[in-house]
Design a protein. Sequence first.
Length: 201
Amino acid sequence: MSLKKIVLSSFASYLDAFATIIVNLIIAPIIIAAVGPAGFGVWQLFIKFKTHLEALDGRSNEALKWVLIDKQAQPDEEKREALTSAVIVWASFLPVFLCAAVAVFFIIRSMTHDVGISDYELAGATIFIALSAIFATLKSFSGSCLYGMNMAYKGMFVMAVSTLLGCGLIFLFARLDYGLTGIVAGYSVTFLVGAIVSFII
């Protein structure tokens, strides 16, 4: 890896971490003001469950990363075949993922039945948090490709920018009083934008 790529990767890593810290400091009081302390607790539950949902993607993206590193000198056709195979494995786990997302709704519903959040709002938030997990795992494929080509810094830059965009949308939806569903929808855009832009670059 060239010195330029090492410097860019280090800078992008710090930028991504800095953006995440700043966003978390900013959006916490915004969400509390919009949905109350109980709603903020439900929001945190959704974030935790999103992490668990992401683990149900078959982890083919991790395998892809190391395959591409091994095939750096190989023709692009072989790399495309590896990416296609990884996506097929990911898609085969979608039924399990969707069943888990339904389970998340009922689990959170049973834990928050007395906090004043309607089933419709919880259902909407569950849909958007499931989409967030899907977008995040899709983005991981482009991240694996960039990592395999020693260009991981590009993905980090994209994620830092999309994190700031997501923060802005959360702030906007909170001010518009869209409730918990709107806040989670703004959060999901972070990963949607990250996935789209990462594949473009």
